[in-house]
Design a protein around this ligand. Structure first.
Ligand SMILES: NC(=O)c1ccc[n+]([C@@H]2O[C@H](COP(=O)([O-])OP(=O)(O)OC[C@H]3O[C@@H](n4cnc5c(N)ncnc54)[C@H](O)[C@@H]3O)[C@@H](O)[C@H]2O)c1
Ligand SMILES: N[C@H](C(=O)O)[C@H](O)COP(=O)(O)O
Length: 335
């Protein structure tokens, strides 16, 4: 039996998401891509396709028929929101489309109509203006996956090949990081990463590095106490549980490729500590993978790149990698 399609949420319509989706569909045969359907606005996609010179059909359908249609037309689940094709120009009116695309993709996955989600980039500030109450996809997806009165803890993992990095605190102001970090939060993150590396990446005995927070991992408490008070106790407890963890590693050297390569994942204390290395070694090829959820979700490692939207010059590489990883991950049972 044919696999259900992957869901793609359209992302910010003024950004490069629609361009990348169209370019990816155009390359479906050459790259032997898996079937996917877009949750979005078919008219917007048609207008962007015309602007970019693509002439394949774009058809409104339901997720059930998308895989069958995929060979002949780009299948779009029409969410009923009409947005003008104005690349580079943000409009708050796009927020309902962007948000519904994510939520309805998740609904289709839970209903077994789609098998995993690749998200095109959203413009976070544009959504906040319209009352979107989540810092990003990662936190919104956790909320959508809530069950039994519990919201799962989502983990943001950025991966460039086998170089994987995870921030313990995600989308928050730097000064909030100090109040948020606790041994419990670090342990919860490490346990989820350990679990998902085993179950989703077939790594039987994951080796995990954990960075410090302060310069030189605190230099024995002379440059900050979070290592001694928070990180070391967390690592001790995790070792007692049998996890293979090293740290606190000074964050400035932890991501040197010869050190990072010793670990299946490097866990850092805040967003930029973890994301800068992945984006620096290959902005074009990094993929954002959400762990800790009962669904598979991947995303390119870049944002909306408003100035490139509608120009046809945005690189599709990270988006293609995100699609490939979602395809691979959804062919193995999630445990
Ligand atoms: N997954 C997501 O939804 C996601 C990820 C990152 C950023 N964002 C959002 O995107 C918006 C813009 O963020 P930003 O400017 O910091 O980052 P950005 O990734 O959009 O752009 C950073 C730089 O990289 C370039 N760039 C980005 N993607 C490219 C591609 N595919 N090909 C060639 N060049 C590319 C841009 O032109 C720009 O110079 C923000 O609202 C941010 O929150 C969303
Ligand atoms: N922090 C991510 C990045 O910079 O690549 C990005 O904002 C995406 O976050 P979500 O996947 O939570 O939207």
């Amino acid at each position: 039996m044919a696999l259900p399609p992957l869901a793609i949420s359209i992302g910010e319509p003024a950004g490069i998401g629609p361009d990348l989706i169209l370019q990816t569909y155009q390359e479906r045969v050459a790259r032997k891509l898996p079937a996917f359907c877009v949750f979005g606005d078919p008219e917007l996609l048609a207008a962007r396709a015309k602007r970019l010179g693509y002439d394949f059909p774009i058809t409104s359908t339901t997720a059930e028929y998308a895989a069958e249609l995929f060979a002949t037309a780009l299948p779009v689940i029409d969410l009923g929101h009409r947005i003008a094709d104005e690349p580079g120009t943000l409009s708050p009116a796009a927020a309902p489309l962007v948000i519904d695309a994510i939520s309805q993709s998740v609904e289709a996955i839970f209903a077994g109509k789609c098998r995993g989600l690749v998200t095109a980039p959203i413009h976070k500030a544009n959504l906040y203006k319209e009352g979107f109450d989540f810092p990003g996809h990662t936190e919104y997806l956790a909320d959508l996956c809530a069950g039994g009165g519990k919201i799962p803890t989502p983990i943001m993992m950025l991966a460039h090949g086998n170089h994987r990095a995870v921030p313990v605190t995600i989308h928050m102001a730097l000064k909030q990081v100090f109040e948020t970090l606790t041994p419990e939060l670090i342990m919860e993150n490490v346990r989820i990463v350990h679990h998902d590396l085993k179950s989703r990446f077939q790594l039987a005995t994951p080796k995990i590095g954990v960075t410090g927070l302060n310069p030189h991992a605190g230099e024995d408490g002379t440059m900050g106490h979070e290592e001694i008070d928070i990180i070391v106790p967390a690592l001790q407890q995790l070792r007692e549980e049998g996890l293979n963890v090293d740290g606190p590693l000074p964050a400035d050297t932890a991501f040197a490729p010869h050190i990072w390569s010793n670990y299946d994942a490097m866990i850092a204390m805040y967003h930029d500590q973890a994301l800068i290395p992945v984006k620096a070694i290959g902005f074009d090829e990094g993929v954002n993978i959400t762990l800790g959820l009962p669904i598979v979700r991947t995303s390119p490692d870049h944002g909306t790149a408003l100035s490139l939207a509608g120009t046809g010059t945005a690189s599709p590489n990270s988006f293609l990698k995100a699609l490939a990883i979602a395809d691979e991950m959804t062919q193995k049972p999630l445990t």
